[in-house]
Design a protein around this ligand. Structure first.
Ligand code: KPL
Length: 303
């Protein structure tokens, strides 16, 4: 199966790299500095268990999705429409587009712009770009994918490449569970620039996260979302992040550190907007969202 990864950041490079390492033809589409490094030296896939230089195709052009049967969309939620518009003229008619993005509505937004089959996937990975063409993996890496024509085959391909995959019949619930996790961790890690392990020790952090969680659960319920498993177990899932990814800073923290726009409008911002629709107050989410937006607006570096 030919695979293109649109958005060769940490997530795109990790999953694209794992598939390329397993022998699949993978093209990574991203920023010039990463592309030049990958064209020259391959992708440096730097994980806790192995370090490998993986040969990949790399391009800065969205037209490089041409020929791919599977497109992994790994751009930020803020860039979904832009990426869809850039890819659309070049996608093969039978290409399947998988959204490996944070937030709950990317697949829906993509589907309104593409004629192709789109399926959401949830990503639980601790990874960052440590330099041009160098992805550093700090732990985990499992995927939850929605039902699609080829979900079984795609799951089998990832599993054979060393990525654990669950196929979910309740992908909306799974997306919300991930959103709640992001709401509890991403902004706090971004504001403090702390990794989860250290952050979890912070005075008042668990209490604040409980408040974020309660607001999210109220909004999810009003939205008619059925979370996978018992909602009471969500706290355990949140806590587990500090144990399973202690050295990871959130993607929002990484964005702010690079002076880039973050996805916060699609994380806590989404909960605030849906809360307003249902008349549910979300003060903890609102405070975190506002603080991230303030830091974001101070950023001076160009995107
Ligand atoms: O999705 C993430 C993110 O940082 O956006 C987690 C899984 C919380 C990993 O950091």
């Amino acid at each position: 199966m030919r695979i293109s990864v649109m958005g060769a950041g940490a997530v795109g490079c990790y999953y694209g790299g794992m598939l390329a390492r397993a022998g699949h033809p993978v093209t990574l589409i991203g920023r010039a500095a990463h592309v030049e490094a990958m064209q020259r030296d391959g992708l440096l896939l730097d994980t806790a268990s192995f370090q490998s230089r993986v040969p990949v195709q790399a391009s800065t052009e969205a037209s490089a999705v041409r020929g791919a049967q599977l497109v992994l969309l790994c751009v930020k939620s803020t860039d979904t429409e832009d990426a869809a518009a850039q890819m659309a003229p070049h996608l093969e008619p039978d290409a399947l587009v998988f959204s490996l993005q944070n937030g709950v509505d990317n697949a829906e937004r993509l589907q309104t712009l593409l004629q192709h089959e789109v399926a959401p996937a949830l990503v639980y990975v601790a990874a960052e770009m440590a330099g041009p063409g160098h992805v550093k993996h700090h732990g985990r890496g499992e995927l939850v994918i929605g039902l699609s024509t080829h979900s079984e085959a795609i799951a089998a391909m990832f599993i054979a490449a060393g990525v654990s995959v669950e196929i979910s019949g309740n992908v909306v619930g799974a997306l919300w569970a991930k959103l709640i996790l992001n709401c509890a961790w991403n902004a706090l890690s971004a504001i403090t620039q702390q990794a989860y392990g250290e952050l979890a020790q912070g005075k008042g952090v668990p209490v604040l996260q409980q408040e974020v969680l309660n607001e999210c659960l109220a909004v999810a319920q009003a939205e008619g979302v059925t979370l996978p498993g018992d909602p009471a177990a969500m706290w355990g899932t949140i806590e587990a992040v500090a144990r399973t990814m202690p050295n990871q800073r959130s993607s929002t923290a990484q964005d702010l550190a690079r002076g880039r726009r973050s996805e916060i409008d699609h994380l806590n911002g989404h909960v605030i907007r849906r809360g307003e629709v249902h008349g549910i107050a979300t003060p903890a989410n609102r405070a975190l969202h506002t603080l991230v937006k303030l830091i974001e607006s101070r950023a001076t570096k160009p995107v």
